[in-house]
Ligand binder design. Sequence first.
Ligand code: URA
Length: 247
Amino acid sequence: MADWPAPGTRVQRALAQAGVASRRAAETLITDGRVTVNGDVAHLGQTVGPNDVLRLDGALVLAEPVRVILLSKSAGTVSTARDPQGRPTVLDGLPDDVRLYPVGRLDIDTTGALLVTNDGDLANGLMHPRKAVPKTYEVRVEGRVSAAGVRALRQGIELEDGPTLPARVEVMDRMHPGSTWLTIEITEGRNRQVKRMCRAIGHPVQRLHRARYAGVGLAGLRTGQWRFLTRDEIDRLRGFASGTVPR
Ligand code: URA
């Protein structure tokens, strides 16, 4: 990043941007006296600019290149950076020159579009409930979903953690007697939300695939493959994260 950090950036934010730690953890590093600016111990809220020299425990803090990756997640991988049970994670096989984090989670058996980045601000912005980032799922559920079931999914379902917001729901295929394919677009990101919504109307999910996240789809990627997002795609995501993308 040229001219990093931008003039007037708070130290904790600069540390987070550099991939040193989350903003919260960076605050602790500062209050623990482990961060210096131009040789003096930094204080919380202090602002810095491109001419300041930041050090953590004496080591120079330099900006990392921003990476935003679109992964076509395969089933059987967990959406965490490290799994205590040693299962394969979504980061296996991705570049390891910077510390990457998945933007939200997909269940272990869910496939599809997952963003992975080292830009903590972007990830947090995209995951913030108020930003209402659209996520589009292709869902195969057990049984034949009635028009009333579709209506209920569209209007909102009462779940144990409160009612869901209106969703876009289309029936893709009712041809198979034992199941129905639906497209469901939600703007929330609650834990296991799609599975809980479908179960609540009596149609447990058999297969769940995320086709798009914030409008970014998987064209050209086979399961398990990934690519870097383009500058334009990243700018668009930043629009979502800052709430400036009209919808
Ligand atoms: N909703 C779910 O139930 N599971 C996922 O993995 C994603 C959305």
